[in-house]
Design a protein around this ligand. Structure first.
Ligand code: WQD
Length: 357
């Protein structure tokens, strides 16, 4: 029986695939590679010494999705696939609703058809919207502020209605705070297309010389130094949280939401200082206007995940910065490697790449 990972070639997806394989799970990956690179999966294969099937499939292609379930005995699904750029979602809302919502509905319908009713869903702290109380716990009111966040919220509501209609489903909704860092090997990491929207990949690209300086979005917030405070969580801790949620979801048919954060908040300038210590690189920055839609402070109360999943984030901000820097310094252009140098893995798995090329 295999675990199906949608969007498994992505930043969090590839780290979760690695942890699943190392824990002895059999996995099957589907990805449309619209926002990820198959190279990440080759490297997961190299790091673990384990092979796995990868299908080039878009969740909007229901026929191909059915083929994956026909060809593999799927026990449960971890669902990462989705567009996730806040700014882009404001410009292209229909793309986001179509891709994230319809894609998820297709997945749920196919899962139901094949009687696969265990799901871990990748949600986001963005569903809490503009909250003024901290730390944030799962029972806080929700209210997303942009189309991306609204797709996450709507999917959470769809899952709740699905569970009410059929309590054979086991569903874990994981609300991520701010994932950063990379696997210790430096072989897999965050590789955003174009200029990064998020803080850490922007900092690492300044450090490696791809960008000239960091723009700090505002320093008039009610925080330690006026810059925005967030709950940064190491992507490996986040990946391990998925394994613990999967274990709980497969053993109990319930629906629960969990915050995956450290419970600690760091300001932008505190992250810059931590990164400079870790990388021994100076990060030139300029204070500019606050970014529209940003909240001042956002950090988690992770107690429920600790109590119910036995999960606690273990890595601190220094390790997150060290690991982020190792990935970027070893891969200045991310996964954009010369395909002629690609290991046999990708060529030999061409037959695994099925669906619309
Ligand atoms: C962090 C802090 C910025 C960039 C977003 C999504 C959320 C999730 C994580 C998907 C803020 C500041 C940033 C820069 C800066 N994504 N910043 N200069 O906005 O907390 O969350 O990414 O699930 O849904 O909303 O993360 O990394 O963009 O910003 O000063 O160039 O860094 O103002 O205070 P955010 P971020």
């Amino acid at each position: 029986m295999a675990i199906l990972i949608t969007g498994g070639a992505g930043y969090i997806g590839s780290h979760t695939c690695l942890e699943l394989l190392n824990a002895g799970h059999e996995i099957v990956v589907i990805d449309n590679f619209s926002n990820s690179n198959p190279e990440s999966l080759e490297r997961v294969c190299k790091l673990t010494g384990k092979d796995f099937k990868t299908y080039f499939v878009d969740l909007l292609d229901k026929e191909m999705l059915e083929k994956v379930f026909l060809e593999n005995e799927i026990e449960a699904v971890i669902h990462f696939a989705g567009l996730k750029a806040v700014g882009e979602s404001v410009e292209l809302p229909l793309l986001y609703y179509q891709n994230n919502i319809t894609g998820t509905l297709n997945l749920l319908e196919v899962m139901k058809h094949f009687n696969v009713k265990k799901l871990v869903f990748s949600s986001s702290a963005t569903v809490y919207g503009l909250t003024e109380r901290f730390p944030i716990s799962e029972d806080f009111p929700v209210g997303a502020l942009n189309p991306y966040g609204r797709t996450k919220l709507m999917i959470e509501e769809i899952l709740k209605d699905l569970y009410i209609s059929d309590q054979e489903w086991g569903i874990s909704i994981l609300r991520y705070f701010n994932p950063i860092g990379a696997h210790k090997s430096g072989m897999i990491g965050e590789d955003p297309f174009g200029v990064p929207n998020n803080l850490m990949p922007y900092i690492t690209q300044v450090a490696v010389g791809k960008l000239t300086q960091l723009n700090v979005f505002g320093n008039h917030y009610p925080t330690v130094d006026g810059t925005g405070v967030r709950d940064y969580i190491h992507v490996v801790d986040l990946a391990k949280g998925h394994l613990m949620a999967l274990k709980k979801t497969c053993s109990t048919g319930k629906l629960e939401s969990y915050n995956l954060g450290t419970g600690n908040g760091y300001s932008v300038l505190e992250v810059v200082s931590a990164f400079e210590r870790a990388s021994k690189r100076k990060i030139p920055f300029k204070i500019v206007e606050a970014r529209k839609g940003d909240v001042a402070i956002c950090f988690a109360d992770p107690l429920k995940a600790k109590k119910e999943l036995g999960w606690v984030a273990e890595k601190g901000i220094d390790e997150m910065c060290e690991d982020a820097w190792r990935w970027q310094s070893l891969n200045p252009n991310g996964y954009d490697v010369n395909k002629d140098l690609v290991s046999p893995y990708l060529k030999s798995s061409e037959d695994f790449f099925v669906g619309n090329k």
